[in-house]
Design a protein around this ligand. Structure first.
Ligand SMILES: NC(=O)NCCC[C@H](N)C(=O)O
Length: 410
């Protein structure tokens, strides 16, 4: 029997008109960041939540105005928590990972959570549970209760969740639930796996899972670029491991047969470069915006199907690799900051190259990156600007803040 129903997940390019996206509206988790835990929570500054939310709502509105349906991670999580069995299982798994040393206390926290509504639990699983927010209940003290431990949370907050790009990536009609490189972001992917497994929209039975969060080798979504129907690029970076790329490639090649090539792009392993999309994004059929100088620091390799592991062949420079991958006679690199070293470095700090394509030649960017945005316009790109003075403090731009679920074919 054939059906005309459109699939929920369908991403065959970086630039096809964006039809549906998953976002997370910043919440109380951002107010849990203190100077002491900045580094551990992967922030460089203390964010102001009220302003951040206004800016994020502006981002969501800009997408809706262009015909994109916005789904929120927290709503989808609350949806699946309506099922008692899922609620029990997820709460238990979260608490196991929290390493609460006193089993009686773990049990009490579990009871405390199980009495909450699905919306309230969803919020706590994202915002975390601060020790001061848990009611003091009479219980037998264990040694650990007498030892003063500084860490303030029973359940740690997930302040990086508004960068929904990183925990998951839709490739074709399947989902890659990523294995995060940092402990601070682990639970983001665990929850996404539950959403994939239990949310009816994800149609698990017909949706391939290309990767899983408990795999040993890290992969993060900011490194994954769906260049076309048959080819993706994956940054080999501070966050994404070479073995992770090989394993993902093998799963894709074995899958529905659409992805035949994975271009691995090695970028410098430093926080300034973090993910491939921190320095390089696709903005049109044959155009990419790039942080000046990156081309000279990267190496590209072509992975194709092999017997026990993918066949690996070194490619020429990045431009040649992309021409080959996209089967185009030429590719244009648009240098951020207009190519000026100082401006490019300043705007790169504020994610000037982290653009989100919402249609071929149309991108969403932060308005503060004036020189980079002007340069994009000079190359004929339509630039939809959003405010990002506070959003930027988490070190990511519009691409990092979005997980495309569905794009029109190009
Ligand atoms: N794709 C991206 O580059 N995402 C930005 C993630 C920023 C976040 N503070 C992190 O360090 O993971």
């Amino acid at each position: 029997m054939t059906t005309d129903r459109k699939p929920f997940l369908d991403v065959r390019s970086e630039i096809g008109k964006l039809k549906a996206v998953m976002l997370h509206r910043p919440g109380r988790e951002l107010e849990r960041i203190t100077p002491q835990y900045l580094h551990e929570l992967l922030f460089d500054d203390i964010p102001w939540l009220k302003k951040m939310r206004e800016e994020h709502d502006g981002f969501a509105d800009a997408l809706r105005m262009r015909g994109c349906t916005v789904y929120y991670y927290q709503d989808m999580l609350a949806d699946i928590l309506k099922d008692e069995h899922v609620k029990e299982q997820l709460v238990a798994e979260v608490l196991t990972k929290c390493n609460i040393a006193n089993p009686d206390l773990e049990e009490l926290i579990k009871d405390f959570l199980m009495e909450k509504t699905p919306q309230e639990i969803a919020e706590i699983l994202i915002a975390g549970l601060h020790k001061k927010d848990f009611p003091e209940i009479q219980r037998e003290k264990r040694l650990v209760d007498h030892i003063k431990e500084e860490y303030p949370f029973y359940i740690n907050p997930l302040p990086n969740l508004y960068f929904t790009r990183d925990p998951g990536a839709v490739i074709g009609n399947g989902l890659c639930v990523n294995s995060m490189n940092t402990h601070a972001r682990d639970r983001e992917t665990m929850i996404l796996k539950y959403i994939y497994t239990y949310h009816p929209n994800f149609e698990k039975d017909v949706t391939p899972l290309w990767y899983d969060y408990d795999r040993r080798y890290s992969i993060e979504g900011g490194d994954i670029l769906v260049l076309g129907e048959n080819v993706i690029a994956v940054g080999c970076s501070e966050r994404t491991s070479a073995r992770g790329i090989e394993d993902l490639a093998m799963n894709l090649f074995k899958g529905d047969g659409k992805i035949q090539k994975v271009i691995a792009v090695q970028i410098p392993f430093t926080r300034a470069y973090m993910h491939l999309d921190t320095v390089f994004t696709m903005v049109d059929y044959d155009k990419f915006t790039i942080y000046p100088g990156v081309e000279d620091k990267v190496k590209a390799f072509c992975l194709t199907e092999g017997k026990n592991c993918p066949k690996v062949e070194p490619m020429g420079n990045l431009q040649d690799a992309l021409k080959q991958a996209l089967n185009l006679p030429s590719i244009q690199f648009i240098q951020s900051g207009g190519g000026d070293e100082v401006t490019a470095a300043r705007e790169q700090w504020n994610d000037s190259t982290n653009t989100l394509a919402i249609a071929p030649g149309v991108v969403v960017t932060y308005n503060r990156n004036e020189a980079s945005n002007d340069t994009l316009r000079k190359y004929g790109i339509e630039v939809v600007e959003i405010e990002g003075s506070e959003l930027v403090r988490g070190r990511g731009g519009p691409r990092c803040m979005s997980m495309p679920l569905n794009r029109e074919k190009i």
